[in-house]
Write a protein that binds this ligand. Structure first.
Ligand SMILES: Cc1cc2nc3c(=O)[nH]c(=O)nc-3n(C[C@H](O)[C@H](O)[C@H](O)COP(=O)(O)OP(=O)(O)OC[C@H]3O[C@@H](n4cnc5c(N)ncnc54)[C@H](O)[C@@H]3O)c2cc1C
Length: 322
């Protein structure tokens, strides 16, 4: 570990984004992880930029806006797997207020009546990046390694002392794994199941979090479409629920009738992941001993991709200030 200034634990979107931004400031970074892409929660995420189930709102707003800007810049790099989509976030009743994140996105407006499916009284329309994690996670890892980063796979850390034994600056990006690693009882899983289907030409992202088909979302990606979903709190099982799969497709057909034609032959894969939900994202840097620093960047709920670059930038800023 002679050539390492920082040890990052975790190879999801948080660990890789943080590692890459540290490298850009000249830090030499090694990353240890139990699992690497494609076997991370980050890979289960579709992912659309949307600040879902992450807190507190004021900090999430700043992180999300920063990441939105970076993802828009990545649109110029097709190999990243980031594309721009038009999103329609549906609501059953007319919304008197704009959402708290409206200033972070481009093209925000309320939906026209002719855009609303049956059962909806309003919708927020905006442009947002879709980060196709089937491409993006491998792209991030490749960027990290191309800049000299080392990824050590199958490296489970049972106690932070293992990390501090080899490096004085450690960054905990273990997502839900932080529950065990640092005994964080405030972290809770929220189980999500998604159905990956053949692309049928549909291009708009549709979301329903509080309406008649909730929870339902359609996220067209580059080569396929993700249909979701579920958010079951404190459910730990990652076994596929076979009854849920047709129910997800049915709910998505309630958002866009074209999806009523989906058959078993169109289903490419069903995936389950556990969102790392916390009352607040844990993002901080502490001095744990003379000359030793621990940074925490975990607990991003349903928005870890959405916030990734913003959270990573704050970690780098705080570490640089030490
Ligand atoms: C169904 C579903 C849909 C989602 N949709 C979206 C979306 O559209 N947009 C969005 O922004 N977000 C979405 N999310 C949320 C997003 O996936 C998470 O917030 C994000 O992946 C968290 O990233 P992370 O890097 O912190 O954690 P993870 O991706 O879980 O990575 C954690 C890393 O730490 C490693 N690790 C854990 N414990 C240890 C240990 N003790 N020792 C060593 N390594 C360890 C793991 O192996 C892994 O490498 C969704 C999530 C789900 C489940």
């Amino acid at each position: 570990m002679d050539a390492t200034d920082v040890l990052v634990i975790g190879c999801g979107v948080s660990g890789l984004s943080t590692g890459i931004l540290l490298q850009r400031q000249g830090w030499r970074v090694t990353l240890w992880a139990k699992n690497v892409p494609p076997n991370t929660t980050s890979n289960v995420s579709a992912a659309v930029w949307f600040p879902y189930r992450a807190f507190p709102i004021e900090r999430v707003l700043a992180w999300g806006a920063a990441a939105y800007t970076t993802f828009r810049e990545l649109l110029d790099t097709p190999a990243s797997g980031v594309i721009l989509a038009n999103v329609l976030d549906l609501h059953p009743e007319p919304q008197r207020q704009d959402p708290w994140w409206a200033s972070s996105v481009d093209g925000f407006r309320h939906a026209r009546a002719d855009e609303l499916p049956a059962g909806y009284g309003d919708g927020f329309v905006f442009d947002a990046p879709v980060i196709d994690t089937s491409i993006y996670m491998a792209y991030l890892r490749a960027q990290f390694e191309a800049a000299g980063g080392v990824v050590v796979e199958n490296r489970t850390v049972n106690d932070l002392s293992e990390a501090f034994a080899v490096c004085n600056v450690v960054i905990n990006c273990t997502g839900l794994g932080a529950r065990e690693l640092v005994h964080d009882a405030s972290l809770r899983p929220s189980r999500g199941q998604v159905v990956r289907v053949r692309h049928n030409g549909f291009r708009r992202v549709l979301l329903d979090d509080d309406g008649p088909n909730s929870l339902a979302y359609i996220v067209p990606r580059i080569n396929d479409i993700i249909l979701g979903g579920t958010a079951i709190d404190d459910e730990e099982s990652t076994t596929i629920d076979n009854d849920e799969t047709p129910a997800i497709v049915r709910r998505c057909a309630g958002l866009a009738p074209k999806f009523a034609a989906i058959t078993a032959a169109d289903i490419l894969e069903v995936k389950v992941g556990l969102r790392p939900v916390r009352p607040e994202v844990r993002l901080e840097v502490e001095q744990v001993a003379p000359g030793r620093w621990l940074a925490s960047n975990y607990g991003h709920g349903g928005a870890g991709v959405t916030l990734s670059w913003g959270c990573a930038a704050e970690i780098v800023e705080r570490l640089s200030a030490q």
